[in-house]
Design a protein around this ligand. Sequence first.
Ligand SMILES: Nc1ncnc2c1ncn2[C@@H]1O[C@H](COP(=O)(O)OP(=O)(O)O)[C@@H](O)[C@H]1O
Ligand SMILES: [Mg+2]
Length: 236
Amino acid sequence: MENFVQTNKLILLGKLTASLVHEIRNPLSAIKLNLDYMSMAQDDLPEDIREIVGESLDAFEQVNFLIEDILDFTRRPTTKLHQVNLDSITDRCLKIISVSARLKGLTIEKEIETDLPLLNVNKNKLMQIFLNLLNNAVEASSEKGKVIIRAYSRNDQDCKNAIWEVQDFGSGIKDEDKEKILGDYYTTKTQGHGIGLSVCKMLTDELKSELTFSSLVGQGSTFTVRFKENCIITQG
Ligand SMILES: Nc1ncnc2c1ncn2[C@@H]1O[C@H](COP(=O)(O)OP(=O)(O)O)[C@@H](O)[C@H]1O
Ligand SMILES: [Mg+2]
């Protein structure tokens, strides 16, 4: 579990770094333009200022290299793809989550359709999505509650979709919280980090998949991931 929280933080850090570096580029180009302008007029500048402009341009190049490096790294498609069976990946997640589920005396039911298509996705990222959703379902449930995991396929406008969802019968989500929970750092838990769902949103976006939920206070919630054609390995 430690490891899994740590992974959430690293994923979010990657996203923050990329956007920070992106934001730094604009003011940096303004500085570069001004320096270029000064260096064009260098014949009119006193010797010491000319040197300062030259040094500033060198320093700019160094920062620029660094930024390109970081952007390259965050952009790089390091993600390996695997052929993933939804049933077995669910079992692997269940093993990890089983300790906290057992402590609460929860029953976890699995309704996985046979003949589900295989997915072509990175299995670690997929597990990170499922573990975050399962973890939230366990945390929202009351003692001796029940959690149901479903996986099934549906045709949507002639495209095959694979759907994975987790339903709990726990606290539910207040209407006013619904628009906030997918954002960064939003938590209603004293020990929460508020990054699990934003990581799920980021990873499902990366897969061009859909993350949706429905919830009623006092009755529970269902979080659904819909994998579209781009993630699905079509047979034959
Ligand atoms: N299954 C669920 N049932 C009720 N509330 C939920 C559920 N999943 C998420 N939430 C709400 O969304 C918030 C954000 O969840 P998350 O991003 O995973 O962060 P954390 O679990 O650390 O609070 C939670 O604090 C909780 O209010
Ligand atoms: Mg969480």
